[in-house]
Ligand binder design. Structure first.
Ligand SMILES: [Zn+2]
Length: 627
């Protein structure tokens, strides 16, 4: 998963997961579980769902919707979106069905169970109204006359031990709908009146239901080839502000470079990108970012993002999601492989799944000439700044293993900051030890050929294995900075590659100074304010903004704790030339700023080649940056 901006304002979630994994009971069902979604019969924004599991030989069966889905590292509770659930016997009568917890139901007399029916509410609808956390938008669901986001784990559940059974899925929808799916399409039929087309899909097991999203409705779709991968880009832009054709150019250039960087690695014949662009309106999602799957990704961005900002963020996010094919999709532990959607255990290795992935998404751009050295260094410095605002003495493996609980959950965002920096330091160590020949890409490829999609590693053994494959200095690094709690001194690593820090004037955006947030949240008072750093942000300084100014509204929208994330994610994408209006509260007095954005600058650290760098240091830098 990848979010674009720190959710510093999000009220974090406390959950305990203590129950051990279920032991499998053998049920005598071997047919595919037949499931149906009827998008033509939506009432009150709810989709009717039918689940027909075949005949059970057991007296009691348990049905679940997922509490947690893979890649999100947070509780989603998809069961809380289910209404009017009924168990029906072979005579058409209702059987009793008991709700055990938010996501679990049990049915007695299950030998008589013919089918289960229920209605599903969408998650996008309540994101803005809800004070409780809702599923991360790219893992959520949308039910709207013009657009359906079918993250299928929001609609279809599983019976206790039948997770490995095959699934058949039929989706009925108006024949006017465009439909794209990452799940294997096995046919379709049109109703007699021609108004409805029912498409049939096949899933080898429940995992594939959760791993293959779909989008239906008024979509703009473009298909193109990248090195033998067919890429299908589906865009929903409700006000037709952005088109798939334009976005395609950005995605093509980037994925082409990624494939060249990755070289000979097994990949999928088809990759789906679902892009949902959200309006500023009730019922629209605001958890901007993306969620990875084996052969697809779902992205949610604000529709009013300027074209260039949208393109930059797509490069940033899609490159990250696509690199997930290396890890965790190919290289992962047993916790990931045998994922329990209701009582998940978590691997210690988010430094790998998210950190390495984020690092690859940055280093490939310099390797392939998509960015300059300076741009790459500035990105790494931004990550150092962001990491410094989180708990830098928290063991990364401990955080990872306990990621649903506090204080770990609120440090999750560090996987994209310090996690990527761990990847960078490892890369430099490997290059140094191998005379420039080995790096983290070759390390991950070695692991990928040893393990791969179908063979998980043992969570407690993988670091020792990596050390055995590489060098003793790698062991010291892991023990000190990944398992251990000692912060990394990045100067040591930059010195190895002949770089030094200096102070300089640098470009920044309107919410950060080179990665450090210039706004803070006062949880008790429920407001957002500019912090001390604002005086070192040239645009705001020129407008006379002072430390402590409370931000009342931005462009006419009142800023609240509920909408702060969304508003500041949009501010994050502001570009020079835009007209803005910001209303501040300065010690009880209203201050109105009306201005046209100019490029903002801050003073901050930059990296440059050291005059005293040796030839060996410069060579090491070249092998690090250019493979
Ligand atoms: Zn990710």
């Amino acid at each position: 998963m990848k979010k674009i901006l720190a959710t510093v304002f999000t009220i974090a979630l406390l959950v305990s997961c203590s129950t051990p994994k279920n032991t499998a009971n053998d049920l005598a069902v071997s047919n595919p579980i037949e499931t149906e979604l009827d998008l033509t019969k939506v009432v009150d924004d709810k989709v009717p769902v039918l689940i027909n599991p075949g005949r059970f030989t057991q007296e009691t069966v348990t049905y679940h919707l997922p509490k947690v889905v893979q890649g999100t590292y947070a509780v989603s509770d998809f069961g809380s979106f289910i209404d009017d659930i009924k168990a029906i016997d072979y005579n058409g009568n209702e059987l009793s069905i008991n709700k055990v917890d938010t996501n679990t139901w049990t049915i007695q007399n299950a030998t008589q169970l013919d089918k289960i029916t229920y209605l599903v509410n969408d998650t996008f609808d309540i994101e803005r109204a809800n004070t409780q956390p809702t599923p991360f938008s790219p893992s959520g669901t949308n039910i709207h006359p013009e657009n359906f986001v079918l993250n299928l784990h929001g609609f279809i559940g599983y019976f206790d031990s039948l997770k490995n059974n095959q699934y058949k899925l039929e989706v009925a929808a108006p024949s006017s709908f465009v439909r794209t799916s990452a799940l294997q399409n096995v046919g379709s039929k049109t109703s007699e009146d021609g108004k409805t087309i029912t498409t049939s899909y096949f899933a080898p097991r429940y995992f594939d239901i959760t791993d293959n999203p779909m989008m239906y409705g008024d979509l703009d779709v473009e298909e193109f080839e990248v090195e033998n991968i067919k890429v299908v880009l589906s865009v929903y832009s409700p006000n037709k502000i952005h088109s798939a054709k334009k976005i395609k150019e950005t995605v093509y250039k980037m994925m082409q470079a990624q494939k060249v960087y990755l070289g000979d690695i097994n990949s999928t014949p088809r990759y789906d990108i679902f892009l949902f662009l959200a309006e500023q309106a009730d019922g629209a999602p605001h958890g901007f970012g993306a969620l990875e799957h084996h052969t697809s990704t779902v992205m949610v961005f604000p529709e009013n993002a300027p074209e260039q900002a949208l393109a930059d963020n797509i490069v940033d996010i899609v490159s990250h999601e696509f690199f997930h094919i290396l890890t965790p999709l190919s290289v992962h532990s047993e916790d990931v492989h045998y994922f329990d959607y209701n009582n998940p255990t978590f691997s210690k290795h988010l430094w790998m799944y998210e950190g390495m992935t984020e690092y690859f998404a940055s280093i490939f751009q310099i390797d392939q000439g998509l960015v300059t050295e300076t741009e790459f260094y500035n990105k790494m410095i931004g990550k150092i700044q962001m990491a410094a605002s989180m708990d830098d003495t928290m063991s990364f493996t401990e955080m990872s293993e306990n990621v649903l609980e506090q204080p770990y959950a609120r440090n999750y965002f560090n996987v994209y900051q310090k996690g990527a920096l761990i990847g960078m330091c490892l890369d430099i160590i490997l290059r140094e030890e191998s005379n420039g020949n080995r790096g983290v890409l070759s390390m991950m490829k070695e692991l990928s050929s040893k393990y791969g999609k179908n063979k998980p590693f043992e969570d407690d053994k993988i670091i020792d294995e990596i050390v055995a494959m590489t060098y003793p200095s790698v062991k010291t690094f892991f023990e000190t900075h990944v398992i251990g709690t000692t912060p990394i001194d990045y100067t040591d690593y930059f010195t190895k590659v002949g770089l030094k820090f200096s102070e300089s004037k640098i470009e920044t955006n309107y919410i950060q100074n080179a990665g450090a947030l210039i706004v803070g949240a006062n949880q008790e008072a429920g407001n957002i304010f500019f912090n001390d750093l604002v005086i070192n942000n040239s645009f705001w300084k020129e407008q006379g903004v002072k430390s402590g100014d409370i931000i009342k509204s931005i462009d006419g929208t009142e800023v609240t704790m509920q909408n702060a994330n969304q508003i500041f994610q949009e501010v994050f994408m502001w570009q020079p030339g835009k007209d803005i209006k910001v209303v501040l509260n300065r010690s009880g007095e209203e201050v109105v700023i009306e201005a046209t954005l100019t490029q903002s600058f801050t003073t901050g650290k930059v990296l440059q080649q050291s005059e005293t760098a040796t030839e060996a240091q410069n060579n090491l830098r070249n092998s690090w940056l250019k493979g």
